[in-house]
Design a protein around this ligand. Structure first.
Ligand SMILES: Nc1ncnc2c1ncn2[C@@H]1O[C@H](COP(=O)(O)OP(=O)(O)O)[C@@H](O)[C@H]1O
Ligand SMILES: [Mg+2]
Length: 272
């Protein structure tokens, strides 16, 4: 039985505290919806669990099956059964998708995975996700559309079969049909392996297919409300205003929004 336990977790980025005391426990076969307005720390929580070096844990603990996650390197976390499907998957030119996946699988097992079995398994998953077959042989995420990147994260998840998967806005960039395909691919693996899930999404439509067993709302680095599917539905219908009122808190003001790059100065220099 795998259990992720997070206690009093505080996390800072560049000396700014983003997570301010998170307590959360996720057991095998539980599906947790993690909601909250943008910029309040959802991705920070998932990236910290997976070990992104930018996110500094200043207090608190994370354990997985009783082991101290914060002492593990990212690849040790992955081998322990944790998996993160990123909100913004990275492109890695020079490494093909299939080489990447095979290396990740080989790193997990004592003997190298049989090439025949690997190809069969990958082709089965690519078909199930209705991805273009050539995506397996292209460089990882390079030139993939937004939706293809998201499907590719789920392809990785299905191949690696984690015991706890963290899915960060995996549904964004997917059209209605793709959403169904991806949701089914997540759901069927979850039913088969009983993995635990933390799912970040803004859409009830996605949660309808994933069927969370628990829901949490993260505002300003704290979990301010816990519930179940009814909480997901209420937020979908009413947004977060009622929560701010009920808890007597104010929305956080985003301070580090990237300035839009303008080409105006290029134009101004023309002819000089
Ligand atoms: N890599 C980073 N560098 C600097 N600031 C970051 C970084 N990641 C997140 N932040 C900041 O941390 C806060 C929480 O962001 P995030 O966890 O991405 O929120 P959410 O996923 O809920 O939208 C925001 O103010 C965001 O700008
Ligand atoms: Mg995010």
């Amino acid at each position: 039985m795998s259990i992720l336990k997070i206690e009093n977790l505080h996390v800072a980025i560049d000396d700014k505290e983003i997570l301010k005391g998170i307590d959360l426990e996720i057991k095998e076969n539980e599906i947790h919806a993690l909601m909250g307005p943008n910029g309040n720390g959802k991705s920070t929580l998932l990236q910290t669990i997976m070990g992104h070096p930018k996110y500094i844990v200043t207090q608190g603990s994370i354990t997985f099956d009783g082991n101290d996650v914060l002492k593990m390197t990212v690849d040790e976390r992955s081998k322990a059964g944790l998996f993160l499907a990123m909100q913004y998957p990275l492109e890695i030119p020079g490494v093909t998708n299939s080489d990447f996946l095979r290396a990740a699988l080989n790193a997990r097992s004592e003997k190298p995975v049989s090439l025949f079995k690997f190809i069969k398994e990958m082709e089965k998953n690519i078909a199930e996700l209705q991805m273009k077959p050539d995506l397996a042989h292209r460089f990882l995420n390079e030139g993939f559309s937004g939706g293809e990147k998201k499907r590719n994260e789920i392809l990785q998840m299905r191949m690696l079969k984690p015991s706890l998967a963290l899915l960060d806005e995996i549904d964004s960039g997917l059209d209605v049909d793709a959403l169904k395909i991806v949701a089914n691919a997540i759901r069927s693996l979850q039913e088969e392996t009983k993995m635990g899930l933390i799912v970040v999404s803004h859409y009830e439509r996605f949660y309808d297919s994933i069927k969370p067993t628990h829901a949490h709302v993260l505002i300003d680095g704290k979990i301010v409300m816990n519930g179940g599917q009814e909480l997901v539905a209420k937020i979908d219908n009413e947004g977060y205003d009622w929560l701010y009122k009920q808890l007597n808190i104010k929305p956080i003001v985003q301070t580090n929004i990237q300035p839009t790059i303008s080409l105006g100065s290029c134009g101004a220099n023309r002819g000089k």
